[in-house]
Ligand binder design. Structure first.
Ligand code: FMN
Length: 202
């Protein structure tokens, strides 16, 4: 027998539908596309399917240079990047995450809180923010080269430290499987809050 939905459940369904309706299709509706960066930001998506083609050394060098140029709080640069590209390293890395997508190259961004700026008034440590900016530079340079990647936060950092002793003393923040795109953006890529929901003037 079909279960009857409670009024609360019905209301919750309706609000969820309305919430989704408020999302806009970013690629189609981000107008005007007045800058090259805005175009790139709209076109970038999380790529989870890759062709077996390798990422060239030149492409890797550009991605790493973009990472190096990222700003960090008080220029402390408490960040390190590891490159996984040998079949052995990639196979081992797979043990730490379901989300390496058989990419031919994976970068891992890690940070060291003891090297980072700390905000005096509340003790907030800036290491993860700095590493996130480095990760964002990586993601955007990958897109600008016509390659694809996904920011992967779903991995086991303790397992990384165990399998790769070189990473001792670092806090792994994210993996970036990188390669030549062989798929399409997911549905989520087109779903963003409207500007009204995102922004308020004070
Ligand atoms: C901090 C962070 C962690 C994420 N972790 C994962 C992950 O572990 N696995 C995954 O498939 N995607 C992950 N993503 C990708 C998001 O799901 C994706 O960016 C979001 O759904 C929007 O889609 P789009 O990037 O295609 O526009 C992560 C993204 C961010 C920013």
């Amino acid at each position: 027998m079909k279960e009857k939905k409670s009024i609360l459940q019905k209301l919750s369904d309706i609000s969820r539908i309305h919430h989704r309706a408020a999302f806009t299709d970013v690629a189609k509706h981000t107008t005007p596309k007045q800058s090259a960066f805005l175009k790139l930001a709209a076109e970038r998506y999380s790529c989870r399917d890759f062709s077996p083609a390798a990422v060239s050394d030149e492409e890797l060098a550009s991605i790493l240079e973009a990472a190096r140029l990222a700003p960090t709080a008080v220029n402390r640069q408490p960040v390190h990047i590891w490159v996984f590209k040998s079949p052995e390293a990639l196979a081992k890395l797979k043990e730490t995450s379901r989300y390496t997508f058989n990419a031919p190259l994976v970068l891992m961004v890690a940070c060291k809180p003891e090297d980072a700026w700390v905000r005096a008034c509340d003790g907030k440590n800036g290491a993860e923010t700095d590493a996130a900016i480095v990760g964002t530079h990586i993601m955007m340079e990958v897109a600008s080269l016509g390659l694809g990647c996904t920011w992967v936060g779903s991995f086991d950092p303790a397992k990384v430290l165990e399998l790769f002793p070189q990473t001792e003393g670092w806090v792994p923040l994210a993996l970036f499987p990188i390669g030549h795109p062989a798929g399409k953006p997911s549905e989520r890529h087109g779903q963003r809050k409207s500007l009204d929901e995102l922004v308020s003037e004070i």
